[in-house]
Ligand binder design. Structure first.
Ligand code: XBP
Ligand code: MG
Length: 253
């Protein structure tokens, strides 16, 4: 059995509940600024989350939910412009500090740092968004705690493709069995599982009904001493919140 050497963190939905109150309003602000009457409400956004990547999600919306919109000839450029505005609004929202980390995330990251455990971020979101979230939650130097930030268009095929995990592992010179992933969604676990990385899931409102049969552990949250997790599937060996010891046990199981 390989020794656990690295924790690979998804961002959106895993580190923080960024989708409903971060990405979604930022998309809507970009649409309004561009003079579009599009509005992604919470229910519609849940459907749009089927597709990862903001630019890809806008195109999915046009193809499936707003088919009467008269698409410009230079659709890619149009979408790119909208998405750049969305990133600007999203990073502003993060700077306002409105989105906290999920319970237990900060403790686990601190524990991992103390243990010299290697860490990386593996996400489909834009790199600036990762920086904005980390700096405004864990502190200005926190991005440097992560050896690799695998994000956005760094690989053309986003999650659920395994490419972003493959890329991060290659950068870190690790085998899949030497790492463990933290994800929150079906697209996330499809990606980590296809890269053969064991995965711990913490669900959220948008992903609670997703298929997590490939997961090694499914929790409602990481939790901490005063606010434990609920176990949805898997063995926690008497633990009440996710600490590094339990992560090691899940990896070794
Ligand atoms: C995150 C995503 C991203 C964000 C938007 O998925 O699907 O598309 O919603 O990010 P995961 P951008 O948590 O699986 O990485 O607009 O920056 O693409
Ligand atoms: Mg996610």
């Amino acid at each position: 059995m390989a020794t656990l050497q690295a924790l690979l963190f998804d961002v959106d939905g895993t580190l923080a509940d960024t989708e409903r109150d971060g990405h979604r309003p930022a998309f809507n602000m970009a649409f309004e600024e561009a003079g579009l009457d599009w509005n992604w409400d919470e229910a519609l956004y849940g459907k749009l989350l089927e597709v990862t990547g903001g630019k890809e999600r806008i195109k999915f919306y046009l193809n499936e939910f707003n088919t009467s919109f008269n698409k410009p000839d230079n659709l890619d450029e149009f979408v790119k412009g909208l998405h750049a505005a969305k990133t600007r609004f999203y990073t502003q929202l993060m700077a306002e500090g409105k989105i906290p980390l999920r319970p237990g995330v900060e403790n686990l990251i601190n524990e991992a740092r103390q243990a010299n455990m290697r860490m990386a971020v593996v996400t489909t979101t834009t790199p600036q968004n990762v920086t904005a979230l980390l700096e405004n939650t864990l502190g200005s130097d926190s991005e440097s705690w992560f050896e690799v930030i695998a994000a956005g268009d760094i690989v053309p095929a986003k999650k659920p493709a395994p490419d972003i995990y493959d890329w991060a592992l290659e950068q870190m010179d690790l085998k899949p069995e030497e790492a463990i992933a933290f994800e929150d969604s079906s697209n996330g676990i499809k990606s980590s599982a296809a890269a053969n990385v064991k995965t711990i899931i913490t669900i959220n409102e948008y992903t609670k009904d997703d298929d997590f049969s490939a997961a090694d552990l499914v929790l409602d949250q990481m939790g901490d001493e005063s606010n434990g997790f609920k176990v949805l599937s898997g063995n926690v060996d008497g633990h009440s919140f996710l600490n590094l010891e339990l992560v090691h046990k899940v990896h070794a199981a």
